[in-house]
Design a protein around this ligand. Structure first.
Ligand code: S3P
Length: 181
């Protein structure tokens, strides 16, 4: 399969996808596509409200639709934490470009997601246990989908962006034949 020229960020809620995506877009001057923002704009609602009014399945379908609208050009793609749940989404992401798994340890993720109550799937009686269980189920999916991973737990945004750009460049030069084909 021909891989596109996007840099795609995947990873659990709180792994830093949105902030790093903004940072990378600023650094590279590439346009940024954030699936949560695209869906929110389409519905004219916040993500939490979409879950309440339409349910998770409708949201997941909207995620796949949003991915289909991202142009096959050099871009920065930011995804929601559940994007890897649908294998067809992972296929689309692979076609768009190089997939980076932003990881972080459980405590860091919990601390980051606790700052805001914007994540409908964590509004449970025991959000720590929910996070733990979701992470256990999803970690293998992130690992399998990604070309490489960066642990964001202790790094500053600049450091994460630097590491991503360096690895993307290395990967592209190693596989130049198949990308430029
Ligand atoms: C979700 C993650 C959220 C958002 C929605 C569902 C998930 O995005 O898409 O609340 O299933 O992990 P972030 O990863 O940006 O928080």
């Amino acid at each position: 399969m021909n891989r596109g020229e996007a840099i795609v960020l995947i990873g659990f809620m709180g792994s830093g996808k949105s902030s790093i995506g903004r940072h990378l877009a600023q650094r590279t001057k590439l346009p940024r596509y954030d699936t949560d923002e695209m869906i929110s704009a389409r519905f004219g609602l916040k993500i939490a409200e979409i879950f309440v009014r339409f349910g998770e399945e409708e949201f997941r379908a909207a995620e796949t639709d949003a991915l289909g609208q991202i142009p096959a050009r050099p871009t920065i793609v930011v995804t929601g934490g559940g994007i890897v749940l649908r294998p067809e989404n992972v296929e689309i992401l692979r076609q768009l470009g190089i997939i980076v798994n932003l990881a972080a340890d459980k405590e860091t993720l919990y601390e980051r997601v606790s700052r805001r109550a914007t994540r409908p799937l964590l509004q449970t009686e025991n959000p720590r246990a929910t996070l733990s269980e979701m992470l256990r189920l999803r970690e293998p999916l992130y690992r399998e989908a990604a070309d490489f991973a960066i642990d964001t737990s202790v790094l500053r945004h600049e450091e994460v962006s630097d590491a991503i750009l360096k690895q993307v460049q290395e990967l592209r030069s190693r596989t130049r034949g198949s990308y430029d084909g």
